[in-house]
Design a protein around this ligand. Structure first.
Ligand SMILES: [Zn+2]
Length: 237
């Protein structure tokens, strides 16, 4: 965000301090001051000064620019989503090393991928980010009654805390429809390393899973991430 005539205020996701804001003096006026090192998605080593609520950026050294994210619309839309969700799940000033590590892993996968981002990578990221923030949805048994997630009519309930049995799905108008195979797939994604290849479940299943998890995530964040609509648009085409 531009600040005054010459400066910029940056939002940084850091390993040691979680999400922070810092003023970068001269970053707006002079292209040379922090040339290329304050680009979106770049991993940088920074030196900061000042108290936690008034940090000033003194130096930034580029460690990994994730160049693969720059010129591809789908990848950069997905990276914007990853970064926005991670920042929203990181309380200001509190270290969240798992979320930080997850962002780096997700950006690396997106930057290295040959084609558009895989829906599985995005779902796995969402599940792991929720887990790291202590908001993991139930996937083993009904979130409401502990009953089995079997048969037709099971759902995914934002208010109920995750997957729900047919009875509890029917009682919750906000629950998204899922199949037992969808829940099984999401469980496997949550447990496997990020980006591990899986058999394709098909477009309809990807849509159901995306919709269920997005609705759940929006409810946890109390809003829809700004980057989500654009990502949905570019992933459809
Ligand atoms: Zn139930």
């Amino acid at each position: 965000m531009d600040y005054g005539e010459a400066d910029r205020i940056l939002t940084l996701l850091t390993r040691e301090m979680g999400r922070i804001s810092a003023r970068a003096p001269g970053a707006r006026r002079s292209q040379k001051r922090f040339a290329g090192r304050l680009d979106r998605f770049a991993l940088v080593a920074v030196r900061l000064s000042g108290p936690p609520h008034r940090l000033t950026l003194l130096e930034a050294e580029l460690e990994e620019p994730f160049l693969g994210l720059r010129d591809r619309l789908e990848s950069s839309a997905a990276a914007a989503y990853v970064v926005e969700v991670s920042a929203a799940l990181s309380p200001e000033g509190e270290a969240q090393p798992r979320i930080f590590g997850l962002v780096l892993e997700a950006l690396a996968h997106l930057a290295e991928a040959d084609g558009p981002p895989s829906p599985d990578l995005l779902r796995a990221f969402e599940l792991k980010a929720l887990d790291a923030a202590g908001l993991m949805p139930a996937l083993d048994a009904c979130a409401a009654c502990g009953g089995p997630l079997a048969g037709e009519g099971i759902g995914f309930s934002p208010a109920g805390g995750g997957a729900v049995c047919p009875d509890h799905a029917a009682a919750d108008p906000a629950a998204s429809p899922l199949s037992p195979a969808d829940v099984h797939h999401l469980r496997a994604l949550a447990r496997a390393p990020l980006g591990e290849p899986r058999a394709d479940v098909g477009r309809a299943a990807h849509r159901r899973q995306a919709s269920a998890l997005r609705t759940f995530l929006d409810a946890q964040l109390g809003r829809r991430p700004r980057s989500a609509a654009f990502l949905e648009q570019v992933m459809e085409t």
